[in-house]
Structure formats: structure tokens, C-alpha cells
Design a protein around this ligand. Structure first.
Ligand code: ATP
Length: 427
């Protein structure tokens, strides 16, 4: 099995990610996150929000509606230009994105002969929805990117808060695209989540370049700080002709997945494209100057980040599978076990510790099978620490804490356990 298969089968077996509508044969490009997957995804979003909003004075948060007046998409250019080039194999009629040359080459080699391709056609990615109860129903769109909700509220944010340029608006939310070829597990889905920052600056070339470089570094550093292997991360500049319709220039943060290097996050210089199209301006209250700000955007995929964190964390060693997730991303921070399930003194003490810890950390409880099996089960879902209550605990009020990555054990006083974990988590 290759890494992708191993991770997708672990994701299903242990309740991270399931195929959407699985009992009805699935639905291409849609995925459901299970009890552990939702924790991992929420932890990624929490870390992102903390670094982008809470730890900064120049960024505020936002949460816009998914469905907006269709005029937004008319003005933003998405109805005309939010397209991918589609071609069809003349032998088997399978459809592909014409710009994904590696996939085309792979398809040709699967046929084992030269393949004829149809002319490339532009295919709009926006997903239509019909609203209303009587005919004719009103056509609207599920947002293809979360950005526009922030853009159209630019003046609302400026007028209702104390922000002053330069400042940013951060948002996390669902987006929908009629992808031609959903695939590679959750990598290319039709419904997915984005985490984006729109950073508004004065329309000045030098400053915009500096801001662009600043955010590139911030975003790359964030992934590395949460444990992604820096050797599997790189920047890739978009070539002429490749850029989205709104971008003056763009660079992707790419990750080396089992299916090759591909995009994790895009850093885009959107210039004044959006605010100008929506006729929105900024007035500097001190100088009285009025202008259309420029925007530097960082746009990451929550589902792609979840997938890449899982792929990166997957290790097989000494006959065990370990998900070496950063402790702050791990679904459970700690698991508590009584050494033996049939000794009431042990179970009672362990249960007391579990009840205390779970008020502060997502804590797992396990009293099935033997200790070795319980460690293996927690390693496989990335729980960084396992606490075992044994007979010594009854005498001296200490427990064994076993570290997931090194498998080393140390004794910690029960009274100090909360602080011990807090310190480790903030390391
Ligand atoms: P691609 O070239 O892979 O189609 P894109 O350049 O169209 O992606 P952007 O419009 O820049 O992507 O979107 C920002 C981020 O949203 C991407 O970096 C990615 O993480 C995420 N994203 C985009 N499309 C999808 C998708 N179909 N499934 C999952 N995540 C996606």
C-alpha cells in the first residue's frame, strides 16, 4: 500500500474521514469528518485563528453568509472568469483539466497508446442553487471562494471598528466548486473549507511587495511551527497565464504529497481588483485622503491542511503506527488508563484523574485489553501522552506518563499533571 492508501484507510478505520453519503455509494468530491477528524480540523482552525486574529492587533475576524446576492459574483468577475480549462479523451470520453499535464500524461500511459484530445473548453466552477418556493425560482450561487463576503463588507468593518490601514480581515468557511476532476482523497473536493486573510494596504508598489513577502514567510512559518516537514514544503510562483483572474501576482505554498508537489495555500496580490469592482473606497481620517486599497491575500485550504498534516505525521516504527501530530493538533491531548480494569482502587483513582483532566484537555479513557494494546491504539490516533494509574499511584499519588514519540515513561505527581500537560502543550 502506498502512503495515501495507508492514511485514507487509517482515516476511515479510526474515524477521521469518511466518504460522504457512503451507504448510498458515496458522492464524488464530498467527505464527512468523523469524531477524530472534526477534532483535528477544529484544532487546525483554532491555531490559525489564534495566530491570525488573537495574537495580532491589526486583524479582525469575520463570518459571511455562504449565499450572496448574485450581483456580487457578477461584479467580482467569477461568473465570467472563474473557470478551468476542460478537455476530453477521445478514446474513453473521460474529462480532465487541460492544465494538469501530469494527469494527462498518466492517462495516456494507462491507455498505452497516443490519445486524441478534444479542444479545450472553459468550464465555470461556480455551483448554482435555486431559491424560493414558486416558479420561476431565483438562481443564486454557493460561494466559490470565501473572499467576496469579506470584500463586500469592507466599509461595514471600517465603520464599525477602529481598524486603520494597514489591517486585515480573517475568515474561515466553506466554499464550493464544480471541480472537473475531484480526487486524491480530500485534496480536490467539491465542498471544502478555506481559511483566508485579506490584508488591506495603501496602493503602493514597494509596500505591497514587502507585505506580500511578509505574509509568505508568516504562512510558511506557521505550517512549520505546527510540525510540517520543511523539506516537503516549497514556494512556487504562478506563471503568466496561470494566475486567477483577480491576481496581479501569486505564489503557492506547495507540499510534496504522494501524488506529487501540489498547492496547500495561495498567497495572492489582488491589487484593487475586488474593492474597485464593488465600488468601495477607504478614507484616511487623519490625512483626509481617499483611495481604493490594495489587498494581499493568504488563502489556505483547511481540508488540504488536514490531509497534509495526516500524511506528514504518519510513521511506521517498531511494528507500531504512530501519528506524530503536533500535540496542539492532536484530537486527544492525553489518555488515562487504570493499569487493570478489574481493580476498583485503580479504576476509581484513574477515573478521578480523567474527570479532572477532561475539564481542560480533550481526554480519552481506555480500560480495555492490556496496556500495550492501549498504547498502540492511542499512538495510531496521535495522542501525545498516556497516563497510567498503577499500584504505586495508590501509595505515592504519582502516575506514569508515556510520551508518544519516544515511548519513554516518567512519573508525575497527580497534583502537577494539569500544569505538566499545559507546559508541554505550549512548548
Ligand atoms: P487548484 O489550482 O488546486 O485548483 P486554486 O489555485 O484554484 O487550487 P485557490 O483558489 O487559490 O485554489 O484557493 C485557495 C485554497 O483553497 C487552495 O490553496 C486550497 O488549499 C483550497 N482549495 C481550492 N480548491 C479546493 C478543492 N477543490 N478542494 C479542497 N481544497 C481546495
Amino acid at each position: 500500500m502506498d502512503l495515501m492508501e495507508k492514511v485514507s484507510s487509517l482515516a476511515k478505520r479510526r474515524g477521521f474521514i469518511f466518504q460522504g453519503s457512503e451507504i448510498y455509494g458515496g458522492f464524488q468530491g464530498f467527505w464527512d469528518y468523523g469524531p477524530l477528524g472534526v477534532e483535528l480540523k477544529n484544532n487546525i482552525k483554532k491555531e490559525w485563528w489564534k495566530s491570525m486574529v488573537y495574537l495580532r492587533q491589526d486583524v479582525v475576524g469575520f463570518d459571511a453568509a455562504i449565499i450572496m446576492n448574485p450581483a456580487v459574483w457578477e461584479k467580482s468577475g467569477h461568473l465570467k472568469a472563474f473557470t478551468d480549462p476542460l478537455i476530453e479523451c477521445k478514446l474513453c470520453h473521460q474529462r480532465f483539466r487541460a492544465d494538469k499535464k501530469d494527469l494527462l500524461a498518466k492517462h495516456e500511459s494507462e491507455h498505452g497508446e497516443k490519445v486524441g484530445w478534444t479542444e479545450s473548453k472553459k468550464f465555470n466552477l461556480m455551483t448554482e442553487v435555486l431559491l424560493g418556493v414558486t416558479e420561476p425560482k431565483q438562481k443564486a450561487y454557493l460561494r466559490g471562494e470565501i473572499t467576496q463576503g469579506v470584500m463586500v463588507n469592507f466599509e461595514n468593518v471600517v465603520n464599525s471598528t477602529r481598524v486603520k490601514i494597514p489591517f486585515g480581515i480573517a475568515q474561515i468557511g466553506k466554499a464550493f466548486r464544480n471541480e472537473i476532476t475531484p480526487g486524491n482523497f480530500t485534496f480536490r473536493s467539491r465542498e471544502f473549507e478555506q481559511m483566508e486573510l485579506e490584508y488591506f494596504i495603501p496602493p503602493k508598489e514597494d509596500e505591497s511587495k514587502k507585505t506580500f513577502e511578509y505574509w509568505k514567510k508568516q504562512r510558511m512559518d506557521w505550517y512549520v511551527s505546527l510540525g510540517l516537514n520543511p523539506k516537503k514544503l516549497r514556494f512556487r510562483e504562478h506563471k503568466e497565464g496561470e494566475r486567477a483572474h483577480y491576481a496581479r501576482f501569486a505564489e503557492d505554498i506547495e507540499y510534496e504529497a504522494p501524488f506529487g508537489w501540489d498547492e496547500l495555500e495561495g498567497i495572492h496580490h489582488r491589487g484593487d481588483f475586488d474593492l474597485k469592482n464593488h465600488s468601495l473606497k477607504y478614507k484616511d481620517n487623519e490625512s483626509g485622503e481617499e483611495y481604493t486599497p490594495w489587498v494581499i491575500e493568504t488563502s489556505g485550504g483547511v481540508d488540504r491542511a488536514t490531509l497534509f498534516f495526516l500524511l506528514d505525521a504518519y510513521h511506521e516504527e517498531d511494528k507500531r503506527v504512530v501519528l506524530k501530530l503536533h500535540p496542539r493538533l492532536a484530537p486527544f491531548k492525553v489518555a488515562v488508563f487504570p493499569l487493570l480494569a478489574n481493580k476498583e482502587e485503580l479504576t476509581k483513582k484513574a477515573n478521578g484523574i480523567y474527570e479532572t483532566l477532561k475539564k481542560e484537555f480533550n481526554t480519552a479513557w481506555d480500560d480495555r485489553g492490556n496496556i500495550g494494546k492501549r498504547y498502540f491504539a492511542q499512538d495510531e490516533i496521535g495522542t501525545p501522552w498516556c497516563v497510567t494509574v498503577d499500584f504505586k499511584s495508590l501509595e505515592d499519588n504519582t502516575v506514569t506518563v508515556r510520551d508518544r514519540d519516544s515511548a519513554k515513561q516518567e512519573r508525575v505527581e497527580v497534583e502537577k499533571l494539569n500544569d505538566w500537560l499545559k507546559t508541554k502543550l505550549n512548548d
